[in-house]
Design a protein around this ligand. Sequence first.
Ligand code: FNR
Length: 359
Amino acid sequence: DKRPLLFQPISFRSVTARNRIALSPMCQYSAEDGLPNDWHLQHLGARAAGGAGIVITEATHVAPHARITPGCLGIWSDAHTEALARLAAMIARMGAVPGIQLAHAGRKASVTRPWEGTKPIPPEAPEGWVPVGPTDEPFAPGHTPPVPLDPGGVAAAVEAFGRAARRARDAGFRLLEIHGAHGYLIHSFLSPVANTRSDSYGGHLRARARLLMEVIDAVRAEWPEELPLFVRLSCVDHLSGGLTIDDTVTIARWLAARGDVDLVDCSSGGITPDARPPSAHPGYQVPYSEAVRAAGIATGAVGLISCPDHAAEILANGRADIVLIGRAMLADPAWPLRAAKALGAEIDWPVQYERANLV
Ligand code: FNR
């Protein structure tokens, strides 16, 4: 295969993607009662037909109160399984690996949709609920203080991930990503900024990682061994006293040693509203991917990757195993098809669109 690595197939367990480009999970805030509809069908369908090797759903929440906004997608009933099955089948029919991101919003839950201002919704409001977290410290001033999860509450959250993984399997997804980033529940336990617990889920890094490990156990108990499991992490907090890349490399070694996680999707930030990179330039998170990959596990690079040459370079130089493209694929669903053309890589276009390959 003389094509750039970006366009060579890649296998994880029994699953092979036609190339190394994934649609990054992106909330659409357009569900009702957590159920997907025509919006999700066309959004994911266009990007699957647009040539992505892997299409990952937006954060799909494991319980109603685990949603970020009332418009977020969920996976907690048979109706959800059925509606999501339609999405998974459609993505697969378009030639992409159907992936699902499972999430729990933790203390960032119960806010309005971005176009309504991402404002905290009080629990007594019709669309509001009380968030949960590692402590009662809110995500930001003005947010409802979360209910700190006691050991029973932690167990309930872990079980919800397990049940969601079973539903994801039943719905026909072939790849599952655990959302462990961006300040949501799992990250809020990992980060010393949010997790000041004094029980066995707080303190040193291994204890803070206990929730993540239990979620992986619960997911793996339901998710078939032959199917891949990814974990998205905020590799650094971008805050002094927060998670560092050394911490994340340590976590990555633990994940590599477990042997049941196939890839770390390397993102960053989000634990507080101030937890932002000092300078977000193209590929600014790629060094995290390089560091994690050196710990002995496959990685995904994500963040301000929009040029085909850049994406190809990241893979060719061994800085990641796949690239995840977010906003550039919102702007252009056919980003992978165009990238192939720009890089001179011969790939199969959808037959319906073949003539566009000539222009
Ligand atoms: C996101 N992002 C995101 N990440 C995630 O893990 N789960 C999610 O549901 C979402 N939702 C979401 C919605 C929207 C509208 C945007 C723009 C982003 C983050 C996203 O997956 C990606 O990591 C970042 O956008 C950086 O990549 P790009 O957009 O620079 O390619």
